[in-house]
Ligand binder design. Structure first.
Ligand code: TGC
Ligand code: FAD
Length: 392
């Protein structure tokens, strides 16, 4: 892969709206990505291997639990810092951002918010340091967009719960030490259970043949009569709203993250357009190429402003789930379109692993599907503005 020459666009001087702390945190993450992710990520994606060597670095830049209080090992940062860290990581690769999103928003967040003090103290510091890695089991083979229909279930056996079922498409599953698993009790109520690797009957087979998120490990979580200790049930929230609350936090991080992927594609295409000569001119001098670049920077700028305002609302605990859905849907779509246009601008070189664009493009095909598909988020906005529910 070519050396990482990334320069972040800031067309509307958005840096002026950030604090010094935000910029320091963002720049530390940016330097780490340049130094430790860019040189190895193309090979990891080509080989379809999650590069475990980057786990300590992710912990060091605060990517595991950015907003989790310091007393539990988190970085204790605000929501804008969390977003900026996700942006920088996804500038490197969406799969690496996935690993961080799952660890922070889908594993640490529910333990922090829905767990008790013993659970927080047992799991959060080890997850924050990357000593333990986590996964989040909501999706099932027959229940993706409609997780409320899940069939994974647990029965009360007196001194333990007996867990049965299967989850699929689970990020980090093949190497996770703990999994936050959503399952129904005998009354059909959804609860979160912390399942640990090594519990008998718990297996995590890897899913192969992915053309997307190849540097992220994806797999299943299979439970065959797994005895889960009673103290592993998350006591403070149940019902479908519990896992969906975690998704709000992860979707918010994705809305920021994909700006990073879009910036990388734009920056690469801009540089290429000034260097590549055809018909005796740099291709950037042709109007059709300028149209693509002008539209890219316009959409990136709009996405940045959307996220910054959403971050302010989140900091004030005022962001609604529907506002988060709008940002996730808009920004992933924006990044995917930019990746496709940038790929075309590089001509044949656009399909080569010499450049990051095709990898971003393929990754974004997962990002537009997971954490609620593009169409599901549109229906959430539709419900919010009309009051009429397309899901019922
Ligand atoms: P519905 O009846 O609307 O809601 C059930 C209960 O949940 C509450 N609720 C929420 N709470 C918090 N946050 C949200 N975003 C919420 N949305 C709904 C709701 O108020 C209700 O509470 P209560 O107290 O009245 O019971 O549920 P529904 O069955 O009609 O479904 C609604 C729908 C379709 C929007 C929802 O199921 C949905 O979002 N589906 C998409 C599924 C999804 O996003 N799955 C993601 C799996 S995890 C993943 O992809 C990780 S990839 C990570 C990575 O690698 O980065
Ligand atoms: P389906 O729900 O079957 O949807 C198929 C199509 O039908 C989609 O286009 C959808 O928009 C459309 N559709 C569905 N319902 C409606 C409707 N009511 N109206 C209109 N259209 C509709 N899940 C986890 O729990 N944990 C993870 O860590 C995780 N990681 C993932 C990693 C990767 C790489 C991928 C690809 C997925 C991951 N997922 C994870 C699962 C992901 O959240 C689901 O794939 C996603 O929610 C969609 O579910 P599905 O694939 O079953 O598609």
């Amino acid at each position: 892969m070519k050396p990482d020459l990334f320069e972040a666009p800031d067309y509307y001087n958005i840096d002026d709206l950030l604090t010094e702390e935000h910029k320091l945190i963002r720049d530390a993450a940016r330097s780490w990505v340049k130094r430790d992710v860019s040189p190895i990520i193309e090979e990891a994606a080509q080989e379809a291997k999650f590069p475990k060597s980057i786990i300590p670095g992710l912990a060091e830049i605060g990517a595991f639990g950015p907003y989790i209080p310091e007393q539990y090992g988190g970085a204790g940062l605000d929501q804008i810092s969390y977003g900026l860290i996700m942006q920088e990581i996804e500038r490197g690769d969406s799969g690496v951002r996935s690993t961080a999103s799952v660890q922070s928003s889908l594993v640490m967040y529910p333990i922090w918010k829905y767990g008790n003090e013993e659970q927080r103290n047992k799991y959060l510091p080890k997850l924050a340091s990357g000593e333990w890695m986590g996964s989040f089991g909501l999706t099932e083979p027959d229940h993706g967009s409609n997780p409320g229909g899940m069939v994974t279930n647990f029965k009360d056996k007196g001194d333990h719960y007996l867990l049965n079922g299967a989850k699929m498409w689970i990020s980090n599953s093949p190497f996770c030490d703990v999994a936050v698993v959503w399952a129904k009790n005998e009354e059909g109520r959804i609860h979160g259970l912390i399942v640990e690797r090594g519990m008998e009957g718990f297996t995590t087979p890897e899913t192969h043949n992915k053309w997307s998120l190849r540097a992220s490990a994806t797999g299943e979580l299979i439970f065959q009569d797994v005895k889960v200790p009673k103290e592993n049930l998350l006591p403070n929230k149940s019902g479908l709203g519990a896992p969906l609350g975690c998704l709000d936090s992860a979707r918010y991080g994705i809305a920021w993250g994909v700006i990073g992927a879009a910036m990388d594609c734009y920056d690469t295409a801009l540089r290429y357009s000034k260097e590549r000569i055809q018909f005796g001119k740099p291709i950037g001098q042709f109007q059709l190429q300028q149209k693509k670049l002008a539209e890219m920077i316009t959409e990136i700028t709009k996405a940045q402003l959307l996220c910054l305002r959403l971050g302010q609302l989140k900091n004030e605990n005022k962001a609604t789930s529907a506002q988060i859905s709008m940002a996730k849907r808009n920004n992933v779509d924006m990044a995917l379109k930019i990746a496709r246009d940038a790929r075309q601008m590089l001509g044949g070189m656009g399909i080569s692993g010499e450049y990051s664009i095709m990898r971003h493009m393929m990754n974004l095909e997962s990002v537009v599907t997971y954490e609620g598909t593009h169409d599901i988020h549109l229906l959430i906005t539709g419900l919010d503005v009309t009051g009429l529910n397309a899901f019922k």
